[in-house]
Design a protein around this ligand. Sequence first.
Ligand code: C2E
Ligand code: CA
Ligand code: CA
Length: 728
Amino acid sequence: MLVKNEQQQLAVIDAEQSDVLIVDDQLSHLHSLQALLRINGYRVSLARSGGEAITRLQDHDYQLVLLDLQMPGIDGLEVLEFIQQAALPLEVAVISGETSFTSVKDAIRLGAFDFIRKPYHPEELLTTVSQGIERYRIKTALMRDEQAKKESERLHHFIVNNSPDFIYMLDARGVFTYVNAIVEDLLGYKRHELLGKHFSTLIHPYNAAEIHKFFSEQRTGERASHSVEVRLRVNPDNDRVNSLENSELVFELSAVGIYEEDQRGEKVFLGTLGSARDITERKRTEDRISHQAYHDLLTRLPNRLLFNDRMDQAFAHARRSGQNFALIFMDLDRFKLINDTLGHVMGDRVLQLVSERILDCLRAEDTLCRFGGDEFSLLLPNISSRESVSSVAEKILKAVRQPFQVNNHELYLSLSLGIAMYPVAGETRETLLQSADIAMYQVKNDGKDGYCFYSDMLEGGSDFISAERDMYYALEKNQFQVFFQPKVDPETNIIVGMEALLRWQHPARGLLYPDDFLATAEESKLIVSIGDWALRRICEEVLRWQQQGLPKIKIAVNISSVQLEQDDFVERFIRTIQEFDLPADIFEVEISEQSLLRGLQQLGKKINCLRDYGVSVAIDDFGRGYSSLSYLQNIPINTLKIDRSFVRDIDENHPQALIVDGIAMMAKGLKMNLVAEGVENLLQLDYVRELGCQEVQGYLYGEAVSAQAALSLMKSRPSDGPHFILPH
Ligand code: C2E
Ligand code: CA
Ligand code: CA
């Protein structure tokens, strides 16, 4: 209880900011009350009737109303009703002569907090007034708190529901008691569908087992789950879900256990509060990036990088366990042909189909990798017997032999497989790969479509690295090169043509010349493939010259008799030129006189055919074979190329080089062009020019140079002046 002067102090403090409305129909009462309250510092308003009171209440905020109940017209109870209905936040004390219990009860029911009977004691009245003001204070403060709390709850709610994260609460059994609105967008569930359900409905089976523990986290603080990756299942009934890909989302989950103290002060687990952020997009990008780094885009097979890693694992495992493994190197036979004839798109499709077929023959632990192009390599871990490796190889060969259906084309393919077993064929990645590679080339040489163990080759003798296989390898590995030697008009010293000459950049033996390998290439008929390759290379280069705006010059291509013998030689030659969209009349094929003399089948017909297309034909190394005039008359030859041995003979000691003179006469008689090769000095040049040679080739003007150097040479020459200035 407050002592009196404290009460008065309180009243003074209260009074200063307090508006009191006194409602009474008796003027004397009104005035005495007004005087009493004013003396005590209250701001006072008066109303002489219920109606006036209501008007004032509508216009002004009061903290306290002292209300007489008995008034004519609108009485005190009606005023109370009005206050209640309008929910005015003020306090009402009833002051009345009325003593009936019912009216007091009614007044209290209608919200009055106190009842003072007339006549009142001023002290008693002041106490009531200050109590009323105090009540008002407390009530409004509470209301403000409540309001603030509501506001903050609303804000909280807003934040939670508009959070991009999935926020949930579980009870102790793991049943959802709260999920925020985003769950509908993210996982395609209505909130009410999840509430009351066990959380495991959402856990995607791809997760590790402990994810359940994390999701229904019981731990708190540091030990609780932070940023755990979890896959949640999207509502399978949702329209959005139409593939395995979008059946799940990846979240980064953080969750804590919630506890409450019971009466005995012990902590009781209430449930889990969790928040999960959708990181699916980020994950997919990351996965894509790492997948791309380790896989071949076309076939989705592991690439060399990943393969190397698997190989290292296989080595480690083999060393630990003593188990062996096999490495198989595979190359599609004649894949180039598919690419060249059907185009790259089809070629790509074929590679995909082939990789699928091979995969079908494998166990889960085997690794198939695309090394690039049409090369695949296969790692078979934990395989010891040759027989089981053979059976895998046979299975693969059989699968690939089945016709492929690509865009209405029926394609027949085959593979060449080289097998290297660890440790016999090698104990490091490099040696093993090399062994498999060499074994594969053995298969290629033996007619393709098969397999070969490297170890068998070792038994076969030491000459297994034959020049032939070496050359096959060279072709596959792009070790051949085409060089160009200028052909010059000796009158103007302008380059009028180029002869394409083959070189082999051998990894061990350096730059090789045709003399070193041509014989083997012809014996093995590899010259056919090499020639095809060379022509393509030449066309590429000529195309580049064209694109660089260089003047049109003739290009001489050497053709060996083995190439000429092929039935489809002319057809293939022409097709290649057309493929590159190059005019036929810039090409001159050089056929050695020896080839002519061999009496090749249908040679005349083939030469005629080439001529019909516009390709020129030259007889190379002319003079060595002593061709008869009659023979030459029967086939349409454009050019005679004097063999360089006769040009060499032109020197001071032999002023009359009879053979050269004879050849020149012959050419003139047959109306053929005359070309001299092997011109090394000015004497020789003068001589052949006098003889009427339209074109001259030789070290005097320059030897054969790489394609790159040939291009620079042509680009550096003036378009109107001589290309060579010779001393005289
Ligand atoms: P070839 O057709 O008689 O080519 C001329 C050869 O003489 C070239 O030798 C050339 O480098 C060389 N040579 C050029 N100027 C001089 C010179 O002033 N002095 C001397 N001593 N030699 C000179 P290379 O490149 O070694 O070619 C040798 C032969 O290989 C060629 O003789 C040709 O029959 C054949 N060959 C070259 N490339 C190819 C090709 O792509 N396909 C075929 N089938 N045969 C080719
Ligand atoms: Ca030649
Ligand atoms: Ca020649």
